[in-house]
Design a protein around this ligand. Sequence first.
Ligand code: SAH
Length: 409
Amino acid sequence: MPSRNATRPASARIARKSDGEPEVALSRRGLERLRTGHVWVYRTDLRAPAELKGGEVVRLVDDRGWFVGKAFYGKQSQISVRLLTREDEPIDEAFFARRLAQARALREAAAPDPELRHAGRVVHGEADLLPGLVVDRYGDCLVVQTLIEATDARRELFADLLQELWKPRAIVERNDVKVRAHEGLPARKGLLRGADPGPVEFLEGEVKLVADLLEGQKTGAFLDQAENRIEAGRYARGRALDCFTYGGAFALHLARRAETVTAVDISERAAEEGRRTAARNGATNVTFQVANAFDLLRDQADEGQVYDTIVLDPPAFAKNKASLAAALRGYKEINLRAFHLLSPGGVLVTASCSFHIDEPAFERTVLGAAADAGRSVQVIERRGAARDHPTLLGVPETRYLKALILRAL
Ligand code: SAH
């Protein structure tokens, strides 16, 4: 049947012997998902041999046994299959070494001057075609998250490969994250290579930041906002407010141009960290305040306070689909207060990292807030996560961070 074969990828036409991997047959819907660019297939869209334990590399086939790709298989998660390749190639150490080198090549292309890049994401999971693997770099240290059964089972291999490629002083494991529970994996943190690096100082643009790789939030810092923080710093002026400041990263960028900055977080520990970071930078115009940002925004709006620059970088309000409506109300409320507080010509940097809320929904919410506040608002920039957090076309889940830079008239 040459005509039918001709529509198949080369790898499928050549009847290559499989590398002994178990076969998983995809349903039509599963195939369609992969065909349209996604890399996940749900349990309901495939047939897998019962003896699979989870964490294996499997060979994906269609209902006639044609090769479709190779993937990590998960037994616990509803996402059973995460695509590794659409080619019929061996999935071995050399394969993963190539993927890590490709990931590194993107970072070098996006920020060619290593002096300007002291920290950043070096592997962004699915978006680097390394599903379930996240690696961040802080100076000469790496922090690793193995978020699914397959990457968790291979963490020693990844540690070896990363050690070889990046020659870090230490590799820290930050597997103390909730998503691992969906994979039946325990929370865990500690050292994979080297000794406890202690707090690691790094430069973000002109600002000195510090990450506690073992105890800080995420892998030590919110690296996805790095470029947005530098950009926000360019617009800062007058009286500035940074809500949900964590360790003060936005606040310190604002402080370089603004007269005064108020930085707000509900966590006392975050505020203390922020004060230390401000001192390190010699920034005397930043005040850290421990408060619930919702209350503070409402009270200050009621008092008629005015700011020229405001940053809203809250945690993900929508943790799942069920909390979507409440999350949208939350985003609307903080943005509404911010529009009440902004001076004419004032700039608002507003972000959402909930992947259940896509860009149009976020923009509609912010627009609703502007309308309720009676403000006309210009969009200066529509932004996402930093370039070292690429998104994968066809996988909307990788575009979780949205940021708008707005000017209220
Ligand atoms: N803007 C930070 C990251 C913010 S993470 C950066 O660029 O590094 C979200 C922060 O919001 C956390 O530090 C958390 O403690 C804080 N937070 C959560 N709920 C809050 C609330 N209701 N009011 C103020 N801060 C809150």
